[in-house]
Design a protein around this ligand. Sequence first.
Ligand SMILES: CC(=O)N[C@H]1[C@@H](OP(=O)(O)OP(=O)(O)OC[C@H]2O[C@@H](n3ccc(=O)[nH]c3=O)[C@H](O)[C@@H]2O)O[C@H](CO)[C@@H](O)[C@@H]1O
Ligand SMILES: C=C(OP(=O)(O)O)C(=O)O
Length: 426
Amino acid sequence: MDKLQIEGGKRLFGEVNISGAKNAAVAILPASILADDGLCNIDNIPDIHDVKCLENIMIDMGISLTSERDGHVKINPNTIKTYSAHGENVRTMRASYYLLGALLGKYKKAEVAFPGGCSIGVRPIDQHIKGFEALGAKVTIEHGYIKAEAPNGLKGANIYLDVVSVGATINIMLAACKAEGITVIENAAREPHVVDVANFLNSMGANIKGAGTDVIKIVGVDKLRGCDYTVIPDQIEAGTYMVAAAITKGDVLIKNVIPKHLESMTAKLIEMGVNVEECEDSIRVSCDKRPKAVNIKTLPYPGFPTDIQQPFTTLLSVSEGRSIVTESIWEGRFKHVDELKRMGANIKVEGKIAIIDGIERLSGAEVMATDLRAGAALVIAGLAAEGTTTVTHVRHIDRGYEKIEEKLRKLGASIIRITDNREYFE
Ligand SMILES: CC(=O)N[C@H]1[C@@H](OP(=O)(O)OP(=O)(O)OC[C@H]2O[C@@H](n3ccc(=O)[nH]c3=O)[C@H](O)[C@@H]2O)O[C@H](CO)[C@@H](O)[C@@H]1O
Ligand SMILES: C=C(OP(=O)(O)O)C(=O)O
């Protein structure tokens, strides 16, 4: 199993390019199934493990998918041979649940194994099921599979989500864009990736309005066609490099971003005394002093993203004063705290709250990535710590970060990947 070994204490300088957004790409790939004719040419697909899993699932289903250089993927979905998706790849990732909405929307039947994803708390899909049922589908759960079918077709409906759910909002959009009549999703998620998927579907000929607000209106259309599309940049990868620049007292230009998507993170860094300069499609983060403690509460967009909470916790662990972090989306998203404590952090978790008393410096240790962003948080800790940090279970990080050690090395970090006990420098 791969490990990342980091010699801490190097300030990060230079430029880093942000890849396409994981949580948009993993929805747009299954959304391409909805094309009735023509090819989907999608650019800026990140080179990450979750994308490879999804591509393999789709290829196994008979879909013609070629992944070309530089994040370009070409898809002809109409060679599909089955409406059933199963196997290890489906069960290990979260976003395989989007195959349900896409298959149901196009073929009116779908059978998909229960999804996996980060172990960050209970991850129900009741709102997805409620949405499919409101559109007229019969949904059953048997032998580890979710089966949805609508032999008489899907009909538009008004759906009020009981919780703001990214997955349910996107899955309902996928199922509804070819349903008969109008679907309205109320209390919809407003994340940039929700908007990106709506824009992709509209480029295919769908009629979706209101994405980015909490009311989305979908007027069903008869046919969708392939299109050319470019996935938005990953706001969480960008946030991760923003934190890495701040914690190492570096100066980094983070390129290929949409600064608007980063506003909640930018505001917190400025509150901490970090310098942030916004340009048109890049953001420069520099820091010349120890950041100040702040309080953070995770919320659905445009609030502070839960997915960047763990990297920020690392930064707060070496900031001056006491910070309170409230995680209000996932009840199990503090697993990185025990690992940070191995590095000397002074953090107490009480239910949804972490109380962090900043220390001067972390000390390197062997720590385990328990999930994707916990892994990123520990890499960031290693960059700032005194001595050597070894982060194990790197496969979690590889799910969502493209070439993390390569990008950090280019910024001056001392980081190597150890594979099967052999070190390699790419
Ligand atoms: C692949 C992907 O895009 N993953 C993201 C997606 O996950 P995911 O789509 O799984 O997260 P949701 O937005 O659905 O979950 C938000 C909250 O709603 C609850 N809930 C959700 C669905 C449901 O049917 N019932 C229910 O109660 C969840 O327990 C959670 O407390 O959004 C999360 C919240 O921004 C992010 O952390 C994940 O990175
Ligand atoms: C929780 C995350 O991913 P997933 O929903 O795919 O597990 C994440 O990207 O931080």
